[in-house]
Design a protein around this ligand. Structure first.
Ligand code: ADP
Ligand code: MG
Length: 346
């Protein structure tokens, strides 16, 4: 069990999630160690909210999402999900058949709308695939359902017979969203879903996701390496570093007053359009190499890059601690630090 309270309106709770990939070598597959892609991740997501997860490439964001949807068998920890009837399910102990039932409520949208759509399938086939797999076979019912879904995501039903190559990147991402919505999910994990799109198309896609959230009461896990993307859509933000969550906060508190030195470093790297303010900021705060998840230090994984690290930080790995309601940080010294937020208005 976690050492914090999980709110009654939570839809998902993740407790001490671990996903370690064995490093094997040679003919006998001798195990040399493990890549600790996700080492200790605990959080909850409330029904109808968006939790943004940020962190550098390789910090374990995608692995967390995949383990959450049980695309991977987690090494340790507990994942619980509340179905639409309000019953909790421990996903870590579900059989494949039981998971198939629950997966209709839990969907994923991927980064690359080019790679994730089969180029030989029409729009109708692509969007109806999840429905067909779920036993809906009546042709006119399928066409009606697909037309509704296309309208929902801002695509034109008359284009149903066309193939993915006929659509732009932003439109393809909408096809991916329509597929994800086909079975009326309650939860969607979006993994870098807008990261490959132009800024204006990305903004439109984020607006679409927000409209859909409002209409359908959806709950989102929104993963990105780009902090400027996450501010607009997230109610709360979690920061990952080397397979661990190092901070969780509501979005405003996070941007105004981060509690973890790594969060401060991430915020200082957001590009600022006004050059006068940009000059006043300390840039490039994070120096040094990202911690290697195959070879984590005994202490805090950020210590070697942290300007505030003490001897304690190199010796002992801090726990994720709730410092105020809903405010979590993993740092020995956070109570004594006065860290710099994004300071947009100063
Ligand atoms: N299937 C896998 N086998 C071995 N290592 C993996 C696998 N998937 C991810 N990793 C490693 O786990 C770490 C976290 O990866 P990932 O979750 O993709 O990070 P992110 O999405 O934050 O960029 C990386 O070091 C990556 O190389
Ligand atoms: Mg990723």
């Amino acid at each position: 069990m976690t050492n914090f309270h999980i709110p009654d309106d939570a839809l998902i709770s993740v407790e001490k999630l671990q996903m370690h990939f064995p490093i094997k070598k040679g003919f006998l597959g001798r195990e040399l160690g493990a890549v600790k892609a996700v080492d200790d991740v605990s959080f909850y997501i409330r029904k109808g909210e968006t939790l943004g997860i940020v962190g550098e490439s390789g910090s374990g964001k995608s692995t967390t999402a995949r383990a959450l949807l049980r695309a991977y068998e987690p090494t340790g920890g507990t994942i619980r999900f509340k179905d639409p009837e309000g019953n909790w399910h421990d996903l870590t102990h579900k059989s494949e058949a039981e998971m198939r039932q629950l997966r209709q409520y839990m969907q994923m949208i991927f980064q690359d709308p080019y790679a994730s759509l089969n180029p030989r399938m029409t729009l109708l086939q692509l969007v109806s695939e999840p429905l067909v797999n779920n036993g809906i076979t009546n042709k006119s019912e399928l066409e009606d359902r697909v037309a509704d879904l296309l309208i929902k995501v801002g695509l034109r039903p008359e284009n149903m017979t066309r193939y993915p190559h006929a659509f732009s990147g932003g439109q393809r991402q909408r096809i991916g969203i329509a597929r994800a919505l086909a079975l009326n999910p309650t939860f969607i994990a979006a993994d870098e879903s807008v990261s490959a799109l132009d800024v204006s198309i990305a903004a439109q896609t984020i607006n679409l996701l927000q409209d859909l959230q409002e209409q359908m009461g959806l709950t989102y896990l929104f993963i990105t390496h780009d902090l400027s993307m996450v501010e607009h859509i997230s109610d709360r933000i979690g920061v990952m570093y080397a397979g661990r969550l190092v901070e969780v906060a509501d979005t405003a508190s996070f941007f105004e007053q981060p509690l973890h030195p790594y969060s401060e470093a991430l915020l200082s790297a957001i590009p600022i359009p006004d050059p006068k303010r940009a000059r006043a900021k300390k840039r490039g705060l994070v120096k040094g190499e990202v911690a290697d998840p195959a070879n984590l230090p005994v202490g805090c994984a950020f210590a070697s890059r942290c300007p505030h690290a003490s001897e304690l930080c190199h010796m002992s790995n801090p726990e994720l601690t709730e410092t105020a309601e809903g405010r979590f940080v993993r740092c020995h010294h956070s109570a004594d630090l006065k860290l710099q937020g994004a300071n947009y208005d100063q």
